[in-house]
Design a protein around this ligand. Structure first.
Ligand SMILES: [Zn+2]
Length: 351
């Protein structure tokens, strides 16, 4: 107890000292006020988040994030021993028809989407190896879609929660798999990490690439940051025959090396530039719907429930163009705040 009090007193003394140096910093205008800049960036993210994007705000602005490069190559526990996978009630969600030609076949935390066309199905993401069979294959069957009709599989990025079912789908149905070049490299580099999830190298995505099936085209945009090969998309769906434009964001958390100013500052800039790139594409296409590969970030599961009681009301996924832009502002504001912390570190001569 006593040592706690001592610690608190020391902490207060530190605060007082920081406060004083803050005053002297104000007197020397050349010195940057990093704290004020960081607070401003976080405030801009909070304002942009509103009620709609609280999940994204919490994940990117408020939760602590890992900082180093993951060079481990271990077989995940849920692959070695499937019985150790998380309990079904932590991830199971009902599939849903969300638009005339877009079906949710994901779970409580991760999304997978089936985009139907006259010539077959474009599947977006596959969730984990342990639940792709039930959520993706089973979900499609439940809403009346035949998984044999999947022609293309787009993988937002090579993490187990998105690429998990890709090997199975490629082997079983011969689907064409599209992934970013650097993420194909990751899959090749870490055979144990991707055991049971590694599709054979197929289509390497490029910025502006179009995947067209029947009357439907998905435009692919390279948005490196979360992983070096993260992909995002724009495409059009139909809501009771009315065309609606979608922006799909393929990576959210700051999952890159950022524990040191070099290369952290550069990596954050890559991430921020990608958000600007996608925001511009969303604006250019007039996107009013924001989809994420995590149902916790676009509230997909709740919205699917709201859809059932929609009647003649507005579509719960249609946010409007301004809200879609605000999503990318949340990610930019949080990334800028974290980048500023590294700039502050660098200005203090820290490595
Ligand atoms: Zn990821």
């Amino acid at each position: 107890m006593k040592s706690h009090i001592v610690k608190i007193v020391v902490a207060l003394a530190v605060v007082a000292e920081v406060g004083l140096s803050g005053v002297s910093a104000q007197q020397a205008p050349a010195k940057r006020n990093f704290e004020a800049e960081i607070q401003k960036a976080i405030e801009s993210a909070k304002t942009a988040a509103g009620f709609e994007f609280q999940g994204t705000l919490v994940r990117t602005c408020l939760l602590p994030q890992s900082g180093g490069e993951n060079t481990s190559d271990n077989v995940p526990g849920y692959v070695t021993n499937p019985a150790s996978a998380p309990a079904r009630d932590t991830w199971y969600a009902e599939p849903a028809k969300v638009f005339d030609n877009l079906y949710f076949v994901g779970g409580k935390l991760h999304s997978a989407w089936a985009l139907t066309t006259k010539e077959g199905i474009i599947l977006i993401d596959t969730i984990y190896p342990y639940n792709s069979e039930e959520l993706v294959i089973g979900g499609m069957q439940k809403v009346g879609l035949d998984p044999k009709n999947i022609k293309y599989l787009l993988i937002s990025h090579a993490h187990g929660d998105h690429v998990g079912g890709a090997e199975m789908l490629q082997n079983r149905y011969g689907v064409r798999v599209v992934m970013g070049g650097p993420d194909w490299d990751l899959v090749a580099k870490y055979p144990n990490r991707y055991k049971a999830m590694a599709p054979k190298r197929d289509i390497v995505a490029t910025d502006g690439m179009k995947i067209t099936l029947g009357e439907t085209t998905v435009n692919i945009w390279l948005t490196p940051g979360h992983t070096p090969g993260t992909l995002s998309y724009t495409f059009t769906v139909l809501d009771r025959v009315k065309p609606v434009n979608v922006a799909y964001s393929g990576g959210t958390a700051f999952n890159f090396v950022k524990n040191t100013p070099d290369p952290g500052i550069k990596n954050f800039q890559t991430y921020i530039d990608s958000q600007k790139h996608m925001a511009a594409k969303a604006a250019a296409t007039g996107a009013t719907v924001l989809l994420s590969n995590h149902s916790e970030f676009d509230n997909a599961v709740n919205k699917n429930r709201m859809l059932a009681g929609r009647g003649n009301g507005p579509h719960p996924y249609e946010l409007g163009t301004d809200s879609v832009q605000r999503y990318f502002q949340v990610m930019q504001g949080c990334a800028r705040a974290a980048q500023l912390r590294l700039e502050q570190k660098a200005s203090e001569g820290k490595p």
